[in-house]
Design a protein around this ligand. Structure first.
Ligand SMILES: [Zn+2]
Length: 469
């Protein structure tokens, strides 16, 4: 049976919608370096976020406490925050002067010396409004909401944070909601408390550092369904209570997808994994420990490519995080590489040619992507396909060159060396050279920085061109 390319192509387009927005904002973040550097001279260590949802109101009261370490003298520092009204800021328990400036909250503490650890607490009310251009992150349902990452700069619309993809921190997130609803966040559920007034507070913890854009917070008529998964991973799905039985069979596919990826990359990097299947319309995306895919999508489609792609982001994206937009192919290229591989094998069970056929399809669209969006590791600000397709092809070309076993050792080395951290393109190339014992720099640089699609090693018959529809 031939691979179902028509279905695969549809999936590519869906993801393109998500990622175009994502990378656009990463570009914006890179361009924001003009702001006074001193105000960002701190390392975010831990966030403690609490939010309260009330039925019938778009306003949510919130408190965020950030523990951080000054990496330079800090007479004044900034948090990123858009969409909220701040009532009070304290630093180390003392009231501090603050000023909103666009989407920055400027805080003037009692001066902090380089190396000092400090704690800043912000009390605020955030309004769930997507603004006149509808670019905000909020997805409303009848009684509740979810967050959709319009870009890599989402969570600062929800709580104050340092919106820097490379500054990862641990998190505690508490969501309070009326008792008939469930507050949801990614991470491990560590506490459920009944509060006066018929409210319930649920607290989730991310014990591994998380990039600031990688969260999800939601409220709705949802059930948390927890079960033991493969290799000691706890599976925790979040589904509309009324659809729990209907979705059970498709959610069970996660076990095979987890086993398949751990067989290639080593242990899953976190303790919990699951699917959040919200009501309403939302683009699919991953947050650390949790993939969001609309319940309506899962009810009609197992979405195996999509789910494997997003699951792979737990290794490449969440645990091993790209430093910036130029390195984003390390997340998107890997997710597409493994998603395509898994999906190809499902289409042609047992066929060694299935993966090659899937990659050939990508090869034929690569030149068009480079022309439009730039090279995978030197993309234009509005891009997405080139990191995903070109990045996956670079990995495939490396595998064709060094062999499947050596490639797997490179991948496993990268995953363990940069676990809970960040990885640049240069870092990846260094590991590929070290592990393979040869110089593959030229090969990878041609694929990652070249304006032309290189020949594919081992496949001289592959020609760049427009894929057959
Ligand atoms: Zn992705």
């Amino acid at each position: 049976m031939a691979p179902n390319f028509a279905a695969v192509k549809t999936t590519y387009r869906m993801i393109a919608i998500v990622v175009v927005g994502a990378t656009a904002a990463l570009g914006a973040a890179a361009g924001a370096d003009a702001r006074p550097a001193v105000t960002d001279a701190y390392d975010a260590l831990h966030y403690d976020v609490s939010l309260e949802y009330r039925s019938g109101s778009k306003d949510m009261a919130g408190t965020t406490t950030l523990k951080a370490r000054a990496t330079g003298a800090l007479p004044r520092f900034a948090l990123d925050f858009g969409g909220g009204r701040v009532s009070q800021v304290t630093v180390n328990g003392r009231p501090a002067r603050f000023q909103a400036s666009g989407e920055r909250l400027l805080v003037t503490p009692k001066p902090l010396a380089r190396g000092a650890e400090f704690s800043v607490t912000v009390d605020y009310v955030v309004t769930r409004s997507n603004g006149p251009d509808n670019r905000g992150p909020w997805r409303e349902i009848d009684d509740g909401f979810a967050i959709s990452p319009q870009n890599h700069q989402t969570m600062h619309h929800v709580y104050p944070c340092k919106n820097d993809i490379a500054d990862k921190a641990t998190y505690t997130i508490s969501v309070t909601a009326p008792a008939h609803l469930t507050g949801v966040a990614n991470g491990d559920l560590t506490q459920t408390r009944q509060l006066p007034g018929g409210r319930t507070a649920r607290t989730y913890r991310m014990v591994h550092p998380m990039p600031a854009h990688d969260g999800q917070i939601a409220v709705g008529p949802y059930s948390l369904i927890t079960r033991p998964g493969p290799d000691g991973v706890t599976i925790r799905d979040v589904v509309p209570t009324a659809q729990a039985d209907q979705l059970e069979k498709t959610l069970a596919r996660t076990d095979d997808q987890l086993r398949w990826q751990t067989a290639r990359l080593g242990a899953y990097p976190f303790g919990t994994y699951g699917i959040f299947a919200p009501l309403g319309t939302i683009s699919p995306f991953e947050s650390q420990t949790m993939t969001t895919i609309a319940a309506s999508t899962l009810a009609s489609d197992p979405a195996d490519y999509l789910r494997t792609h997003e699951l792979n982001h737990q290794w490449f994206g969440a645990s091993v995080t790209p430093v910036n937009l130029d390195d984003d192919w390390t997340a998107e290229g890997h997710a597409h590489f493994y998603g395509t591989w898994y999906d190809s094998e499902l289409s042609q069970p047992g066929s060694p040619d299935a993966f090659a056929a899937g990659m050939r399809f990508n090869y034929e669209m690569d030149q068009e992507n480079r022309d439009r969006e730039g090279a995978p590791a030197r993309p234009k600000p509005v891009s997405g396909q080139t990191q995903r397709v070109g990045g996956a092809l670079a990995l495939y070309a490396l595998r064709q060159t060094v062999g499947a076993q050596t490639f797997e050792r490179i991948e496993r080395t990268v995953v363990s060396r940069f676990k809970d951290g960040v990885m640049s393109t240069a870092d990846y190339i260094t590991v590929a050279n070290q592990v393979s014992g040869r110089d593959v720099s030229g090969l990878l640089k041609d694929w990652l920085y070249g304006t032309k699609t290189p020949p594919m090693p081992g496949h001289p018959d592959w020609k760049p061109g427009t894929p057959a529809s």
